[in-house]
Ligand binder design. Structure first.
Ligand code: UDP
Ligand code: MN
Length: 250
């Protein structure tokens, strides 16, 4: 069974642990999944390492701190700057340095606050180059989904926001074969692309075109992942990263 490399950037905020627990308990049930968790911080946190260990999954726990110029404040609107750029790049770097020992598999960018149906994972394992599927509650739509030609190839996308993008889709809408990452060693995410173009920049870098996309999830008629977002917590006391990091008694 091909391996799924599930790449999750994660950053500190009051709900970080709650979101990671929920995600870890989803992923723990998935066979042949290697979780690459990249903390947006100076060091990896032991308590997050414990969450990873408890899944009994294969995992890689690394850190990559967003440079201060590109780091958003908690109060900033979420669209202000791209998120997860340096963390996803650290994961790509890890994959490329490990590639001789990596098993055949697929790479998926799974944020820590989305909601994943287990059926998504069975869909992505069969990807030859790149797979695509609908994403729920994103871009002002109940679901962003491609429409298909009769032969199953992608005809167009229903995105309302910047539909002129080469791939007007969310990060959660696709996965790619790991071989593409190895074959295109320079491809990574970047701050020098317009807002909303991270996905397009990445997929075009891998030399992919619309007709390369393999439609999954029942010809893109099923939603198996939702771009849920955790509400920002309002706390009555100012918060210090170290103080909130309550360790569970293991
Ligand atoms: N993230 C991060 N550093 C940040 C902000 C976000 O590593 O400064 C991570 C976050 O934990 C999530 C991903 O990047 O896994 C996308 O961020 P978020 O969910 O806030 O973005 P949105 O849902 O608005 O796309
Ligand atoms: Mn999110």
């Amino acid at each position: 069974m091909p391996m799924i490399y599930f790449v999750t950037p994660t950053h500190f905020r009051p709900a970080q642990r709650a979101d990671l627990i929920r995600l870890s308990q989803t992923l723990a049930q998935v066979p042949n999944l290697h979780w690459i968790l990249i903390e947006d911080s100076d060091t990896t946190s032991p308590s997050i390492g414990e969450i990873l260990k408890r899944t009994r999954l294969q995992f890689t726990h690394i850190n990559a701190k967003t440079t201060s110029k590109k780091k958003m404040k908690y109060s900033d609107p979420s669209w202000k700057l791209p998120r997860g750029v340096e963390q996803r790049n650290a994961a790509l770097h890890w994959i490329r340095t490990q590639f001789s020992s990596l098993r055949r598999g697929v790479l998926y960018f799974g944020d820590d606050d989305n909601t994943y149906d287990w059926r998504l994972f069975s869909e992505m394992r069969t990807i030859k180059k790149a797979g695509i599927w609908p994403v729920g509650i994103v871009g002002g739509l109940l679901a962003e989904a491609p429409t298909l030609f009769d032969n199953g190839s992608v005809s167009h996308f229903n995105a309302l926001w910047k539909p002129e993008r080469p791939f007007p889709i969310d990060m959660a809408a696709f996965a790619v074969n790991i071989s593409l990452i190895i074959d295109h060693p320079g491809v990574e995410f970047s701050y020098s692309v317009p807002r909303g173009y991270q996905e397009s920049h990445f997929l075009q870098g891998l030399n992919l075109e619309k007709f390369d996309l393999e439609a999954k999830a029942d010809l893109c008629t099923k939603v198996y992942v939702w771009h849920t977002r955790t509400e920002k917590s309002v706390l009555e006391k100012p918060l210090e990263e170290k103080v909130i990091n309550f360790e569970e008694a293991d």
